[in-house]
Write a protein that binds this ligand. Sequence first.
Ligand code: ADE
Length: 224
Amino acid sequence: MPLKIDVLTLFPRMLDGFLAESILGKGIAAGHLAVNVHDVRQWTTDKHRTADDRPFGGGAGMVVKPEPVFAAIEQLQTPGCRRIYLTPDGVPLSPGVAQELSQQSHLILLSGHYEGVDQRIRDVLIDQEISIGDYVLTNGTLAAAVLIDALARFIPGVLGEEKSLTHESFTSKLLDFPQYTRPAEFRGMSVPEVLLSGNHAEIEKWRRARAVEKTRQVRPDLLK
Ligand code: ADE
């Protein structure tokens, strides 16, 4: 059974292009994962389809109401599914988190306004809270997209070549080495000779040295 992901958002159309394109689009078309996007307003019951309201205690912005989200998750959840809330005050997304989630059978991803969702949703319905970084997006829909993209790469078959996964940044705790493709010379800039040599041991050595150099410059914290 492919991994099933239900996304609950106030802005479902934000995900249209994302889910149709490129490697993720192909992975979905090939049946490696299934993503269903739901508009939280579907579960509202009033004439104006009100999904958010002003915060008790005052303050700026709007907070997502409990009723539609409780109804939505209670309808969508399955035994053993993982219910995740995307929020800047969650646990940072890492390759380990993404890989672990890729091995689940059913995920429900809830994205809220940047001002958040009613705390009772988080207390009762949410198993795990994830942040995609120390910055605040206007809503969590793009964060859900980032999470889906990051975990899809760990689902067997989604990336054509197994190799492209193991070679990449963060699996090795090193940043990537530089890549080149044809032409070997472009506007007077040549591709490093070693890459044209066919000597695989030398190429590996060169790539590792460049990766270490780049990591030392940009992310010395990864080398500690
Ligand atoms: N919603 C708004 N900002 C976010 C972030 N940085 N991570 C996850 N969800 C968010």
